[in-house]
Write a protein that binds this ligand. Structure first.
Ligand SMILES: C[S@@+](CC[C@H](N)C(=O)[O-])C[C@H]1O[C@@H](n2cnc3c(N)ncnc32)[C@H](O)[C@@H]1O
Length: 383
């Protein structure tokens, strides 16, 4: 039986997510702001969690109603048959998002919801479930838009950007969902080599290798929210996982990563190993500004340089102009994509972007820009 679901995503990734869901077989797809709603069955819910690269969460709405006071909320939540969704011995966590003039404190809404649920259990069975914010058996999501309250179960559990391969964290890592989305926006899907010249912990390279090989991004994840639901069908999940693994393909090109920092190089290698992708990715300690393109074939560059926010650079103008000079001088026949929140610094790159896309890196409004370096200058100098 099909039911409605809502997949949450980052700003600017909505179309990509809708496409992913369409390709996986979702129906009734509707694009919202930072979310896409769709329909599918339980197996599809498992598949969407396993396979969507640009989803942060997949919510399963169970009911909706109008509320005018906090008491209304308490009563309506109390009336939901929570015993169908969890055992009293289980644990719960409530998350609330609120867009309303009447209800303004999301924390308070979450607390009120939790109270109504535990009171219902206590009144019925004399015991109450405990709260566990980190690893609950049931995550509940409350969404209030003016007077409309939607109650959903969070089928993902922890955010889907937590793929499970990153055990080594570097300073200012890019979110996995953002990295995957940037690669998909660039149009790179494995058709040629790819370089991340400032690779840090290796997120862009790891996401890229999974895209190139069509590996489900959440294959290495410890757990999804739905696995602790009473109706979890482990056989169905395994079938879905097996079917997705049959679609894994070979990738005949290579992904390269540079970083000046030896610790970043070590950490990225560790993360890549965790994802079992070492055959496709090569990382070395290398200053991008002293590098040049190693092969004549076409190549993509995708990177996330320091913005001079979380990672500072000595002279941001010199740094960004070195990016432009290196690309121009040493990387002919390359399509380069770079994300930064430093709009002032971007001017010093000195190349005209052929595309600009607004995105957010965490809270930082950023631009993803494309520079196209044509073959020619090096060819000319070789003759
Ligand atoms: C924002 S971090 C990249 C984070 C990475 N995308 C991730 O997810 O972990 C920028 C990286 O650029 C590296 N870096 C700075 N200057 C560099 C240069 N000239 N050549 C190569 N890497 C450089 C820094 O050491 C840092 O690891």
């Amino acid at each position: 039986m099909n039911f409605k679901m809502v997949a949450k995503t980052l700003f600017g990734m909505e179309e990509l997510l809708a496409n992913e869901l369409r390709q996986l077989g979702a129906s009734s797809i509707e694009i919202g702001i930072r979310n896409v709603s769709f329909e599918g069955d339980t197996g599809f819910m498992y598949k969407a969690n396993l396979c969507c690269r640009t989803a942060i969460k997949i919510l399963k709405p169970i009911t909706g109603f109008n509320i005018f006071t906090e008491d209304d909320l308490y009563k309506k939540i109390y009336d939901i048959p929570w015993e169908n969704y969890m055992d009293v011995k289980g644990t719960l966590a409530v998350n609330a998002t609120v867009f309303s003039d009447v209800f303004t404190h999301s924390q308070y809404i979450a607390l009120k919801t939790k109270d109504a649920i535990v009171d219902r259990f206590r009144d019925r069975v004399g015991e109450r479930p405990n709260v566990d914010l980190d690893h609950p058996t049931l995550r509940i999501n409350i969404h209030i838009d003016r007077n409309i309250c939607t109650v959903s179960l969070d089928s993902s559990g922890e955010s889907l950007h937590k793929r499970g391969y990153k055990t080594e964290s570097v300073l200012a890592p890019i979110n996995e969902v953002l990295a995957a989305g940037i690669i998909m926006l660039s149009g790179w899907s494995g058709q040629c080599d790819l370089l991340d010249p400032m690779c840090g912990g290796g997120t862009i390279m790891t996401e890229a290798a999974m895209i190139a090989c069509n590996i489900p991004p959440n294959l290495n994840r410890e757990e999804f929210g739905f696995e602790t639901w009473p109706d979890f069908d482990v056989d169905l999940y395994e079938k879905i996982e097996e079917a997705a693994l049959k679609k894994v393909r070979d990738f005949p090109h290579k992904i390269y990563g540079y970083d000046t920092d030896s610790i970043a190089v070590k950490k990225s290698r560790e993360n890549i190993k965790n994802a079992n992708l070492q055959d496709f990715i090569e990382v070395k300690q290398q200053d991008f500004f002293k590098s040049e393109k190693e092969k004549d074939s076409p190549m993509f560059i995708i990177f996330n340089p320091p913005y001079d926010e979380r990672i500072s650079v000595n002279d941001v103008e010199v740094f960004y102009s070195s990016i432009g000079n290196t690309l121009k001088r040493s990387y002919p026949g390359t399509q380069a994509w770079m994300i930064t929140s430093n709009m002032e610094a971007l001017k010093y790159v000195g190349l005209r972007p052929s595309k600009k896309i607004k995105l957010f890196n965490g809270k930082l409004e950023s631009k993803l820009v494309r520079y196209e370096m044509y073959e020619g200058s090096r060819k000319a100098s070789k003759q």
